[in-house]
Design a protein. Structure first.
Length: 301
């Protein structure tokens, strides 16, 4: 089901080599959903058909008694039940197989498109880190563990994407749906009008499924970006809170030196100031004689 050239993940050491089978995500969703829809449709059609057949087979021998009507109804219900199960199972198998074939063709068309138009997406880069560790001959266990983890991450990413390496294009689904509709129409011998209708329906449904995959990918990318932005904002808030806590701690350490400085400032501000009319006579004489300045008197000296 997968490309063996890409599935064989051969590294420089045989101990880390492994074979990976990449199952597209659509192969786990679309076939079961199609099988369920087919089972419901088949049970409805099979039950109705079995009921009409029983009525047609027993139209000439209608029961005459109450006991006869009891067994008549009982037999009819059994026929309807088993007919619905049989037809529903057949439809479920058919719809499930058609869904699985569509997914495989869709992934195959996308893989071929990328191989033809974007071959760089399928280029296999060399594992330089493992080669360097092998040349140095040191840290073999750690290098093998790192290489195994890298390969496991690569396998997980590819399994999430499918066989395609790039984004989904609507042309892939349209081509797959049209191809399967054409094969089915030719196999069952549909007339030309019905064959054209089947082709149009297949192309439309395939394009719609591809558009749904594109929308799902865009929504997933938007959610990832939102979560990353929320994590970055939380980290920035934590760093800001840590910086504020450090600033408060530094302020608390420098707080004991503040009262002494404030006391000196208050003492300088609240020095006694005397009015000129309070000047004593002896002080006034000393000021006039030049022995004392008026500022010394104002300061109280």
């Amino acid at each position: 089901m997968s490309d063996l050239a890409d599935a064989l993940d051969l590294g420089p050491s045989s101990s880390t080599s492994r074979i990976a089978l990449h199952v597209p995500p659509g192969l786990l969703v679309l076939p079961p959903a199609a099988a369920l829809a087919g089972a419901l449709i088949g049970m409805s059609r099979g039950g109705t058909r079995a009921k009409l057949r029983f009525l047609a087979e027993n139209a000439h021998r209608q029961p005459k008694t109450v006991q006869g009507w009891y067994f008549y109804t009982k037999t009819r219900n059994y026929r309807v039940f088993f007919g619905a199960l049989r037809t529903g199972g057949r439809y479920a198998l058919g719809f499930g197989a058609a869904g699985a074939a569509y997914v495989c063709v869709d992934e195959g068309v996308g893989w071929a498109r990328e191989r033809v138009f974007h071959p760089e997406l399928h280029a296999r880069p060399a594992d330089a880190s493992v080669t360097a560790d092998a040349d140095a001959g040191e840290g073999e266990g750690e290098s093998e563990g790192a290489a195994g983890g890298a390969r496991r991450n690569s396998v997980g990413e590819r399994a999430a994407r499918g066989w395609r390496r790039g984004p989904v294009h609507w042309e892939d689904g349209a081509a797959a749906g049209g191809l399967l509709a054409g094969i089915g129409g030719v196999t069952y011998g549909l007339p030309n009008p019905l064959l054209v209708r089947a082709l149009v329906l297949g192309v439309t449904l395939g394009s719609l499924e591809s558009f749904l995959q594109i929308a799902q990918a865009k929504i997933g990318a938007l959610r990832t970006n939102t979560e990353a932005q929320a994590a970055a904002d939380a980290a920035a808030a934590a760093r800001l809170a840590e910086g504020r806590g450090a600033g408060q701690q530094n302020a608390a350490i420098a707080a004991p030196a503040a009262p002494a400085a404030m006391a000196e400032v208050e003492q300088a501000i609240t020095l006694p100031v005397r009015r000129a009319d309070e000047l004593p006579a002896d002080t006034e004489g000393e000021i006039l004689a030049g022995k004392k300045s008026w500022w010394d008197w104002v300061r109280g000296r």
